[in-house]
Ligand binder design. Structure first.
Ligand code: DGJ
Length: 394
């Protein structure tokens, strides 16, 4: 049986030794504990919710969306979904927080839970009612995807106005019968709920678009892989999934259907540059974060060094399926060669128009203590610029 190289772990040692040269400025807040009423961002500090618990929403996404208040009336709030890494980096439930000001966050709980034992899908009331219409084989599949050893990473959530429901996509991974490697499945999982607070019901996980026949496939052994991912909702309501494929060598961007629950066009029928686009072949990028700023699309990515930080790269384009320009490293100043010791996860806009970069500062030795680094993201001469600030407000 062929053993595949694990690209996620090829470079970490080199990157970690380089990262140790990073300037100390970016670790200013490492012992700071943000609790009580918070009035500014202190990137890299411990960030607690309004109840005093450390926020567990890694690899996440921030956006304004309608969510029900205590009377069931929908109000626009900032919503933060992410990985709850309290118990490590496998089988992470998806947690949700909401806020009025981006500084102080209320915990909305675990909105998509992972499953301890296969029997729980039949016997635990939470799961048995959620999956009551599923066959035994479908429940087996749910267990494969959401068990406590599975990879559940980079969850993102969209509000679907057409159906008035919420859809979560996430990087779903794990070993396969062919290879006992934690990132062999290489899929995107999708789950739905009528409430942002869940419970989210897993639909399935999928391989996505494939390299067109007339292009050079960087990893023909394993078609349609989808690992680190993000969702993007354009001004016209159309939604897209952007993800790393071809053994992390190539980024893909694919349009979702109107329900946001699958690709708009099945991979077998999809046409390159009409339904999806294959971007930056052989570039080895992951952690895609896509934003539309002043009418132009900006796609920030990291390199592929496991939990270790590395240099970020940004591309930009006037149209999603058009030509993309390489804009180089968006980070500037001290710490910029390691993205201020972060990995990109999202770029979002505050209600006053300010753009914010959110990166994860992973702590491989104690993953639950990974920190959030939010920094101002600005355009400078048409390119994205991110600079370190130890203490700032938007
Ligand atoms: C980098 C990815 O971006 C993370 O989400 C996670 O998969 C780590 N690799 C695991 O090493």
């Amino acid at each position: 049986m062929m053993k595949r190289a694990n690209p996620l772990f090829i470079f970490p040692l080199v990157a970690m030794s380089l990262a140790s040269c990073a300037p100390s400025l970016i670790y200013d807040n490492k012992d700071v504990d943000m609790r009580g009423t918070i009035t500014s961002f202190k990137p890299g500090s411990v960030w607690r919710d309004v109840d005093g618990n450390v926020i567990q929403a890694h690899g996440g996404q921030i956006q304004m969306m309608p969510i029900p208040n205590e009377h069931g009336v929908k109000e626009n709030k900032y919503v933060w979904v992410g990985e709850n890494k309290t118990n490590g980096s496998r089988g992470d439930p998806v947690s949700l927080y909401w806020s009025d000001d981006l500084y102080n966050w209320h915990c909305g709980g675990e909105v998509m839970r992972t499953v301890e034992k296969r029997e729980d899908l039949d016997e635990d009331p939470y799961f048995s009612s959620l999956y009551s219409s599923y066959t035994a084989a479908q429940k087996d599949n749910v267990y494969t995807i959401l068990n406590k050893s599975a990879v559940v990473e980079r969850p993102k959530m969209l509000y679907n106005a057409k159906n008035d429901n919420y859809v979560i996509w996430f990087h779903s991974d794990g070993p396969t019968p062919a290879h006992d490697f934690a990132y062999d499945a290489g899929c995107s999982g999708v789950a739905v709920s009528d409430s942002p607070f869940g419970p989210f019901r897993l639909i399935d996980r999928y391989r996505l678009n494939e390299c067109p026949d007339d292009q050079f496939d960087c990893f023909p052994l394993s078609k349609g892989e989808a690992r680190d991912m993000n969702l993007f909702q354009d001004d016209d309501g159309k939604a897209y999934i952007v993800y790393t494929s071809e053994n992390n060598k190539t980024i893909y961007l694919s349009r979702l259907n109107e329900d946001y629950t699958y690709l708009d066009v099945d991979p077998k029928e999809a046409v390159h540059k009409r339904d999806f686009i294959r971007l930056f072949p052989s570039s080895m990028r992951e952690a895609p974060a896509l934003a539309k700023i002043e009418g132009r699309y900006y796609l920030m990515t990291s390199s592929t060094t496991g939990w270790a930080s590395n240099v970020a790269t940004c591309w930009s384009s006037d149209s999603l399926f058009g030509e993309w320009r390489s804009d180089g490293n968006p980070c500037v100043g001290e710490g910029s060669m390691f993205a201020f010791d972060t990995q990109s996860t999202c770029i979002f806009q505050a209600s006053n128009g300010a753009w914010i970069y959110y990166g994860d500062r992973w702590n491989a030795k104690k993953i639950a203590d990974s920190r959030y680094v939010w920094l101002p993201a600005k355009l400078n001469d048409g390119k994205l610029n991110i600079e370190w600030k130890s203490n700032w407000t938007y």
